[in-house]
Design a protein around this ligand. Structure first.
Ligand code: GTP
Length: 305
């Protein structure tokens, strides 16, 4: 078999799908051993489809982190669901991830199961069910979940994990790799993602806005990287970025008293960006208001969405 990047190995494309907040980005970061997809306790923080690549001498797994599947109402959400469903059609394997840590009333659990079945009917690729956040529940409670999900759909496997502690993630990776065909590597061995550094920096800043502004700032926050310049000897990267909000009233929350909040967002983001790109970073952040940006198709394109 011809191959751009060395001898044939077990290789394939694996989509990580599931409801918002299930832990998809955390799992991707855990599999990759580094921060690529942003994580926050607020649902729907993942907007773009991000490729993470796990390499080994024997395999290459290309992961897609899809936005949480949920009912689409706003144009932004319609786009998110389209991206999520599109990625199901072209993959070798689907990981369907759910959070089993929250005790759900029977009716809600039943409704959730129906939703899972509904999504899975659209999946033509083989699927592995991943039960996440087992660190939060008693071990004895995991088995009934495994049984219940095994009955729901002909999964290739049902694997309990904690994406946060890494518990069970090696078992999951084994289950994935054994099911992939022998084929070419899709990417060279030394890159963990095809998302640009510029894009990942925007995602890191957005994560810090979410984490540091508490519940006040809604999901409609975007980060626009206006410039990303590396000096000639590659010792410093200067980034200008705008935190884009929908309402004037949100400005004060992000900027804080005397600019304090924005400063701490900048400091936290700069540290993560430096760790990601391996050079010193000068990060200049400002806040701008663009009413209804999430309804504005052109602006969404500018954001790379
Ligand atoms: N205790 C525990 N928390 C977890 C685990 N996995 C993820 N979380 C937390 O769950 C929250 C959501 O995680 P994400 O990885 O952002 O979830 P997601 O599915 O990518 O979310 P969306 O972007 O909304 O689709 C974060 O606060 C994570 O730290 C886990 O195994 N155990």
């Amino acid at each position: 078999m011809d191959d751009l990047f060395g001898k044939p190995v077990k290789s394939g494309i694996v989509a990580i799908v599931g409801p918002p907040n299930a832990g998809k980005s955390t799992l991707l970061n855990c599999l990759l051993g580094q921060k690529i997809s942003i994580v926050s306790p607020k649902p729907q923080t993942t907007r773009n489809r991000i490729v993470g690549i796990v390499n080994d001498s024997e395999y290459q797994v290309v992961f897609l982190d899809t936005p949480g599947l949920h009912k689409a109402r706003e144009p932004l959400n319609i786009e998110m669901v389209r991206v999520a469903l599109e990625s199901l059609a072209e993959v070798d394997l689907v990981l369907f991830l759910v959070d089993i840590s929250l005790p759900l009333p029977e009716k809600i659990q039943q409704k959730r199961n129906e939703e899972v079945s509904e999504y899975l009917k659209k999946v033509e690729s083989p699927a592995i069910m991943v039960l996440n956040k087992v660190d939060q529940i008693d071990r004895k409670k995991v088995l009934p979940f495994i049984d219940a999900y095994a009955k729901l759909f002909p999964f290739q496997a049902v694997v309990p994990i904690s994406a946060l502690t890494g518990d069970g993630v090696d078992v999951l990776l084994d289950e994935i790799v054994t099911r992939l065909p022998l084929g070419p590597r899709y990417f060279p061995e030394d890159i963990p993602t095809d998302a640009s550094e510029r894009f990942l920096c925007g995602e890191i800043i957005r994560e810090k806005v979410f984490l540091l502004t508490g519940q006040e700032i809604p999901y409609s926050t975007a980060v626009l990287i206006e410039s990303f310049k590396e000096d000639t000897d590659k010792k410093l990267v200067t980034i200008h970025a705008a935190v884009v909000l929908e309402k004037n009233s949100q400005k004060g929350i992000v900027i804080g008293k005397g600019g304090k909040k924005l400063k701490s967002i900048g400091i936290a983001a700069r540290k993560d960006i430096e760790a990601l790109i391996g050079t010193k970073v000068l990060l200049k952040l400002w806040v701008k208001v663009k009413k209804n940006w999430s309804q504005d198709e052109r602006f969404l394109k500018e954001l790379g969405m």
